[in-house]
Design a binder for this molecule. Structure first.
Ligand code: C5P
Length: 233
């Protein structure tokens, strides 16, 4: 599995996103499109980006009954994205149906299905909240490991996790997609468990997701190249 840097495109509109991408000239970085941009701009934005040659991680974090997730996944499978995700807390059957839906949609469109990964626990959920509010009275590490095992049993390729959890995920022969990345000297913002791109490489992340360290940099292309140099080479 090729290592890569994925830019989290947390922009309010397609116009803002294309203004940002202009700076990259002929470069075609891997992009993460999340709910905000997708709900605003829909499939047409994704298709436009694919036509221009960008790889897309469609970060919609699906979580619903298995039948609904299968039908929704079929639509995403036909869209031609490279990666997408579901919540592991939806259960093994839901993840299996998501995988089937993606394969059906892709096959009908004559495409390869996207890589499917699972969200284990959101980084906004800490152990206390998980224990007291969600009533999952376990250690965070054990819950992440259990959800990663469920994802593996369902046939998924990997999980979204903190770079600090990447070694455990690597040991399970799953790929890891890790947000919470900052270049040295950058603001930590609201992230808690962070790493540099170099640290993530050493911990065995497969993909790093980098938002503000690139999108809010004075020179985003320089910051992106620095991430590639530290993480991929
Ligand atoms: O700007 P920053 O690098 O913090 O952005 C990280 C991106 O990764 C955001 O799009 C955020 O929603 C996403 N993400 C995360 N933690 C997760 C899952 C996704 O930070 N567990």
């Amino acid at each position: 599995m090729g290592k890569d840097v994925i830019i989290a495109c947390d922009f309010a509109s397609a116009e803002e996103l294309f203004g940002f991408l202009e700076k990259f000239g002929e470069k075609r970085p891997y992009l993460k499109i999340g709910m905000e941009l997708y709900f605003k701009e829909g499939q047409s934005l994704v298709k436009k980006l694919k036509e221009k040659g960008f790889k897309i991680f469609l970060d919609l974090k699906m979580h619903d009954i298995p039948n609904t997730v299968r039908k929704a996944s079929k639509i995403i499978g036909a869209l031609g994205v490279d990666m997408t995700n579901v919540h592991a807390s939806g259960g093994k059957r839901m993840m299996e149906e998501a995988l089937l839906g993606l394969k059906e949609g892709a096959s009908e469109a004559g495409l390869e299905p996207p890589i499917l990964i699972a969200v284990t626990q959101l980084t906004s959920t800490d152990e206390r909240m998980m224990n007291n509010e969600l009533l999952i009275e376990k250690k965070m590490e054990d819950v992440v490991k259990h959800y990663a095992e469920l994802a593996k049993e369902a046939g998924l390729a990997g999980v979204v996790c903190s770079p600090l959890e990447a070694p455990m995920v690597d040991n399970m022969y799953l790929l890891s997609v890790t947000p919470g990345i900052r270049l040295l000297g950058d603001s930590v913002d609201d992230q808690k468990r962070i790493s540099t791109p170099e640290g993530a490489r050493k911990m065995g992340s497969t993909y790093i997701v980098v938002g503000r360290s690139i999108t809010a940099a004075d020179d985003p292309v320089y910051a992106y190249d620095k991430c590639i140099l530290e993480f991929c080479l």
